[in-house]
Design a protein around this ligand. Sequence first.
Ligand code: NAI
Ligand code: 15L
Length: 276
Amino acid sequence: TAPRTVLLTGAAGGMGTLMRELLPPYGYRLRLFDRRPVDRRTSENAAGEPDVITADLADRKALREAVRDVDAIIHLAGISLEAPFEKILRANIEGTYHLYEAAREEGVRRVVFASSNHAVGFTPRPADGSAAIPVDTPHRPDTYYGLSKGFGEDLASLYWDLHGIETVSIRIGSCFPRPTSVRMLSIWLSPADCARLLHAALTAPDVGHTVVHGSSANTRLWWDLSTARALGYEPQDDSEPYAAELVAAHGELDPDDPEHAHLGGAFCTDPPQWPH
Ligand code: NAI
Ligand code: 15L
């Protein structure tokens, strides 16, 4: 049976804000968790009260309450760009560990983990017509941020083998309302497809620990979507309608430009920094 109550961490962020609107139509009741406040009207518990927890992933007591009685967890919270190692350690590495510990203590059986293309960002991007990047490509982080996502995937693998907690780790490409660069044409995940993929990841049976690429069915796709499709994900969107405008403004990607040579793009050369 489909999970009904789902904890959404990172609910105040860009993707969290989009998913708060797009997931309830699939029948989920969301409990929201973020260290920043979110609009309390957007989520209610069975009693019609707001179901929002404003706390840090370092707060183990709050996390334990947050995961109590939920059917599954979508873990989006964390630093989403590059930052000094100590910050990444606290938010992404220790924070994800604390979340899995809380899930184990409270008996939650399914997690969807927001991994990133930057876990494998130094993978050379496929040249036109060459084979797509497979999902079992080795970890090749482009930043401490990407390193923390590889850690999260391995933590998910450990908690499956040791404790029977299932996870779908989604190596998300670029999930924004629209693609804003030529690189993003190849890895864009439309918000509507993101909701489809999360729904598939929450409902597919027997996932153990499964790694999938998270993008729409883009014409210029760089990676293999077969493990995502095997969960029942059927992407409906393609970035190509945005291509003419973006290519006219920025030109096609130059394979000799180091920024364009790898999956991770500018994260490999001049990574955008977490502002907080
Ligand atoms: P975002 O930066 O907009 O949102 C992240 C949220 O996590 C923020 O609201 C922040 O307050 C919260 N947060 C950070 N540290 C926290 C902590 N220690 N305790 C509690 N809350 C904390 O990021 P976005 O774009 O919404 O991404 C969501 C997740 O998906 C992130 O884990 C990100 O790394 C991952 N991802 C996103 C991609 C995208 O294209 N948007 C691509 C690949 C991965
Ligand atoms: C990510 O992992 C970031 O969280 C997001 O802000 C984008 O930069 C995305 O990757 C990307 O590669 O476009």
